[in-house]
Write a protein that binds this ligand. Structure first.
Ligand code: IPD
Ligand code: CA
Ligand code: CA
Length: 263
């Protein structure tokens, strides 16, 4: 039997340790490299943070598997057993340019089902966490179930690139939604955007392409407060593969799906 309570205590201690190292790194010069393109950044701290978690997980839980963004984990073909899905720094561009609005994101899955989710906003020292079936919390204060909101009163997160010409979505699809809602926001960290939905600070978030480490933890948090997490076609997410993402309060999810996405 998996001892989830013990895993929870360990993750929290490891996250706090990693967060403190990331804050200390503000005093040192970062080593910044690019990955797939000029805007896809990675730093020595992304790599060091992923290695820190992997070393601790491998020492403590020898039979667990690890999927990590920076590639120091395992090559996974399935999510059988217990799998840790890690994004050491979600929002690296913010980390580099702003030293805020980035997070450590960790989801622990068992047989493809998310059980524990953690999103740690390092600079604000806000730890969002959820245990499937036991609620979601921000710094140990339980988050209430989400309230419904009308489209015209909603604040939604989406990147402005999705309403300009891009290769993933016809910009004409989302621009009526952008015109209708009360406001749009883009924080530049999918994990923080999902934590904000769980905390009721945002009502919906749409993104055209995210990786499992971007949404693994957020999915657990949002579902614990009654939110809906799907891809842009309304299908359930596959935590092993990249996909689009559409998360929202339940009625809002349905309305945006029928009135804007499936029009
Ligand atoms: C990125 C952020 C960003 C999202 C990108 C992600 P990273 O993660 O979550 O908000 O729009 O698609 O890749 O690269 O900073 O870990
Ligand atoms: Ca990410
Ligand atoms: Ca990252």
């Amino acid at each position: 039997m998996t001892n989830w309570k013990e895993i929870d205590q360990n993750v929290r201690a490891w996250i706090k340790e990693a967060g403190s190292k990331i804050r200390d790194s503000f005093q040192t010069e970062l080593n910044i490299k690019t990955k797939s393109n000029r805007n896809d950044l990675v730093t020595n701290m992304d790599e060091a943070t992923e290695r820190l978690f992997i070393e601790k997980i491998r020492t403590t839980y020898k039979d667990h598997k690890i999927m990590g963004e920076e590639g120091f984990g395992d090559e996974l073909l399935d999510l059988d057993g217990v799998t840790w899905i890690l994004d050491p720094i979600d929002g690296t561009m913010n980390f580099v340019h702003q030293q805020r609005n980035f997070a450590i994101s960790i989801g622990v899955y068992e047989d493809s089902v998310g059980v524990l989710g953690y999103i740690y906003d390092v600079v604000h020292d806000e730890l969002y966490h959820a245990h499937r079936g036991h609620g979601a919390y921000m710094n140990d204060v339980k988050l209430p179930d989400l309230n419904e909101v009308e489209v015209e009163d909603s604040v939604i997160a989406l990147n402005a690139q999705w309403v300009t010409s891009n290769r993933r979505i016809d910009p004409k699809i989302l621009s009526p939604l952008v015109q209708k809602v009360r406001g749009t926001r883009s924080y530049g960290s999918a994990a923080i955007e999902m934590a904000y939905i769980a905390a009721g600070r945002l009502d919906a978030y749409l993104s055209m392409r995210l990786a499992p480490w971007d949404f693994a933890a957020g999915k657990i948090l949002i579902e614990e407060v009654g939110g809906i997490v799907t891809d842009l076609d309304g299908n359930e997410l596959d935590p092993l593969n990249k996909s689009s993402l559409f998360v929202a309060k339940p009625r809002l999810h349905q309305t945006i799906m029928t009135d804007y996405l499936k029009r």
